[in-house]
Design a protein around this ligand. Structure first.
Ligand code: SF4
Length: 130
């Protein structure tokens, strides 16, 4: 098991690459600019909508990046599997079934290298120390 020293815990978050949805929003914004229409009020509403969606996506990407970082530095992630949570029913929690491993004792664990979203707001996070 690798360990992480204090130095390794310095923030070095790399934001995720632009998603397909973000590209679609950019494209939509460009198309909106090109539309020659006298209905300025309608344009303003659409721009505001696109702007809100873009901001939300930016925050989601930041949250995802934090989840990835936490999944890599948490002491409960052993060999990429979170040993802190025992998942009773992954489908009810919105966790894909292909990121679940079942231990010999029947406990279900999440492979956080595949589904780091679970780490984003996890209250059990503890930094791994050497
Ligand atoms: S942050 Fe939470 S979900 Fe992620 S590995 Fe640590 S204990 Fe598990």
């Amino acid at each position: 098991m690798s360990s992480v020293t204090e130095d390794n815990l310095k923030p070095n978050i790399v934001l995720l690459s632009t998603s397909d949805l973000e590209q679609e929003i950019r494209q939509l914004t460009e198309e909106l600019k090109n539309v020659k229409d006298n209905n300025n009020e309608e344009h303003k509403k659409l721009y505001a909508l696109v702007d809100n969606i873009t901001r939300t996506l930016n925050w989601i990407n930041i949250a995802k990046s934090q989840g990835i970082w936490k999944s890599k530095t948490c002491k409960h992630a052993i060999n990429f599997v979170c040993q802190a949570w025992n998942i009773s029913d992954e489908s009810k929690l919105g966790i894909p079934s292909d990121v679940i491993v079942i231990n010999d004792d029947g406990t279900k664990r999440v492979v956080v290298s595949k589904f780091s979203e679970i780490c984003i707001v996890c209250p059990l996070y503890e930094a791994r120390r050497s």
